[in-house]
Design a protein around this ligand. Sequence first.
Ligand code: BV8
Length: 258
Amino acid sequence: MNRAQQPSSLEQVRLWVQQARRIAVLTGAGVSAESGVPTFRDAQTGLWANFRPEELATEEAFRRDPRRVWDWYAERRAAMAAVRPNAGHVALAEFQQRHPGRLTLITQNVDGLHQKAGSMGVLELHGDLMVDRWLNPCLNRDLHGGEVAACNTAAAVPGRPPYCAECRNLLRPAVVWFGEMLPPGILAAAEHAASVCDLMLVVGTSGMVYPAAGLAVQARQAGAQVVVINPEPTDLDEVAHLRLTGPSAQWLPLLLAD
Ligand code: BV8
């Protein structure tokens, strides 16, 4: 076909969307950028200007300075109260509603915006920003031998971070920190979706964090068409058949409209 007849990238990807029986979408922080949520690579602001996220989002950082890491998450949680899903989140949710079972949404994000937009079955690889868990296994159960109620997160003593009055266990955000395993069941479901999809959209991620970024490689190796949607170059550009350069809140509504 001569250039005039070749489909534009948008037309080509829209064709792939229409033809795909199974679509997997892998999102990163960029899909929430137009909702005003700073991405992980954005320069940290204010209190956190001198810290890289990789330095704060670790168990070691939390054990070294629980208050600093707890405060960083408390500030991120507070900021989420005013945040709404954008047109990109909504386009994904509405496509799922119109085409039940055809689109599996895998996210690296912990902001819950896909669910707020109405997406279902979201595979949260890195957990949920708004959920806490105990830092250590509860000692209560062992201290008394019998079946003593384990530390109850609801009864945690308020603090920075909150703690167990019984055994001084600390609450921590239940997100997956660097160096921690992803939830095995969720990772397995994401790997399955990547291995059976006909099309993978890789949206708003730098492609730097593994094993999440490896899902795009897996989809490519399994024979799927892979499309990167991002205003900037990413570490997954070589894995993609096509790139759509620009913001996801602009591209996704165009791609996913019937
Ligand atoms: C693990 C929760 C193994 C916390 C996060 C190879 C294999 C396996 C592991 C590794 C490996 N190499 C290195 C590792 C270790 C590490 C890793 O990947 N390190 C990186 C830094 C190299 N991985 C891990 O530690 C993982 N665990 O591997 O365990 C193991 C084995 C044995 C025993 C124990 C463990 C765990 C990783 C999970 C870390 N937790 N989040 C929190 O949020 O506080 S990840 C964190 O970073 C975020 O959640 C986010 O997902 C991620 C950042 O990635 P992005 O989402 O891509 O965000 P980023 O800011 O980078 O990019 C934003 C993009 O948006 C940019 O491209 C930008 O251009 C674009 N954008 C901007 N505006 C828009 C836009 N796009 C579209 N539209 C716009 N408008």
